[in-house]
Design a binder for this molecule. Sequence first.
Ligand code: PRP
Length: 208
Amino acid sequence: MSGLTVALAKGRLLDPSVGIFQALGYDLSEAASSRKLVIEDGTRRARFLFAKPMDVPIYVEYGAADVGIVGQDALYESGTNVYEPLVLNYGHCRLVVAGKAEYRDAEWKMLAGLRVATQYPRLAKQYFASRGLSAEIIQVYGSVELAPTVGLADLIVDVVDTGRTLKENGLIELAEILQSQAVLIVNRASHTLRAEAVRELMERVVNL
Ligand code: PRP
């Protein structure tokens, strides 16, 4: 993958993503110990960028990175125009609608004017609109489970992994919006102009 720039999502996907490139022989030893946002491989065969998950598709769409690894949740929320040629077998989670137990039995679907807190406003809007449900989407930037507890919102749309955060905050899952896992994404121009390097990278990842 000589000369490719790779954007990696920080957060839960970072360790397994760094692990992939270390297994391929790239020197990412600085990733764990420093706060650097760009790391050049020792032999300069590749450059790695570290960005917030929601920003990784943007770096790739605009060509600041040729390739990225990000969760499908952040990719679809970003609405970016990139290739998504390879699904990776980690980072599994689900985007769900959740709320207090009083909303069980689908009664929330009958209510008008629900307020929904989320870090996924685009996917949340799509979900509620496609079902003809009226909802006000309120964007927050983390700790989403707090919102119903203190009355900011009736419901949340957020990712669930183990379900522990929902449970410990007295919330239950009401509906699944999508299942997500890590994906490798490719800039559309790089896919053509750097086809050989991109293909080699994908082959090496698949054969790990
Ligand atoms: C994510 C998500 C949930 C939690 C779900 O938050 O937003 O809060 O993980 O995981 P669980 O089902 O295993 O409990 P994260 O820790 O990434 O931070 P955030 O609240 O800033 O999004």
